[in-house]
Design a protein around this ligand. Structure first.
Ligand code: OAD
Length: 247
């Protein structure tokens, strides 16, 4: 496995010759925008219990508590800006038409960085869905909604537009993600601990197609040893260097 400048040069060559590219992103890419990750030293799940605050069963039992957690996160995220990592991906996408972001993040920062071809695997915190009918709504702030908010169509409870634990991934997005991972030449796996299924199976779909796997993460993950390149560092530092030689 190459390291440092050699690795960056090799990755740049692979990037230029690749047809379909995927960026599989997780919470780490948004850390330097001020959004905490879930795991690790300062991770959200160190302080908060995901089964109490982010699971379907807890939502059905106590929707106001789950809403309180997501309102807190939505307020925090709405004050954050895309960072150099999000911007570098957006710039690479300008040059590589067949490039896709498969993100576990709900923060909307890829779109705000100007990216396109974004598949949101865990939903979007600026959306709201009804738990019974097909009502959904885009929102910029949920501060003014009565808690828990009610569906204007069927009077059921509205849920934050994110995937909760015990919920399946949205079918259309998941099918598309498998299709893209199974047909790509190159995958960047950025800022994810690869702890959460099924998103963490996407690198193996790509590997079956002989795609090159490049991990960008300051820490080792359980899949680091299976990567073709494991770049140790922050996304906001490394991704601009990958984009740079393309210009
Ligand atoms: P995690 O919090 O599990 O992992 C974040 C990863 O980002 C870790 O491997 C860190 O080492 C890495 N990291 C930290 N700072 C970084 C930086 N500046 N640049 C690059 N990487 C950095 O987050 P996810 O893997 O995204 O799901 O978590 C997956 C899912 O678990 C989330 O979507 C969420 C969570 O529970 C639900 O809520 C359903």
């Amino acid at each position: 496995m190459a390291n440092g400048a050699d690795a960056l040069a090799e990755i740049k060559d692979i990037l230029v010759s690749s047809k379909r590219i995927i960026f599989l992103t997780g919470a780490g890419i948004s850390k330097e925008s001020g959004i905490p990750t879930f795991r690790g030293k300062d991770g959200l799940w160190k302080t908060y219990d995901p089964m109490k605050l982010a699971s379907l069963s807890s939502f059905l039992k106590n929707p106001s508590l789950v809403w309180e957690f997501y309102t807190y996160r939505q307020n925090l995220i709405s004050k954050c800006q895309p960072n150099a990592g999000h911007m570098a991906i957006s710039k690479i996408q300008e040059q590589k038409g067949d490039s896709w972001i498969l993100t576990q993040n709900v923060d909307d920062l890829h779109r705000r960085a100007g990216s396109r071809n974004i598949v949101e695997l865990h939903g979007n915190i600026f959306k709201v869905n009804c738990i019974h009918c097909d009502y959904d709504l885009d929102i910029t702030t949920i501060e003014d909604m009565d808690m828990p908010p009610k569906c204007p169509n069927c009077e059921s409870i509205l849920k934050p537009g994110v995937v909760l634990f015990e919920e399946p991934l949205p079918q259309k997005e998941w099918t598309r993600a498998i299709e893209l991972a199974s047909t790509c030449d190159l995958v960047f796996i950025i800022g994810t601990s690869l702890n959460v299924s099924p998103a963490n199976s996407l690198p193996s779909f790509a590997k079956e197609n002989n795609a090159i796997l490049v991990e960008v993460n300051p820490e080792e993950t359980w899949l680091s040893n299976s990567m073709d390149f494991s770049l140790k560092g922050s996304a906001s530092d490394i991704l601009p260097k990958i984009n740079d030689p393309l210009n």
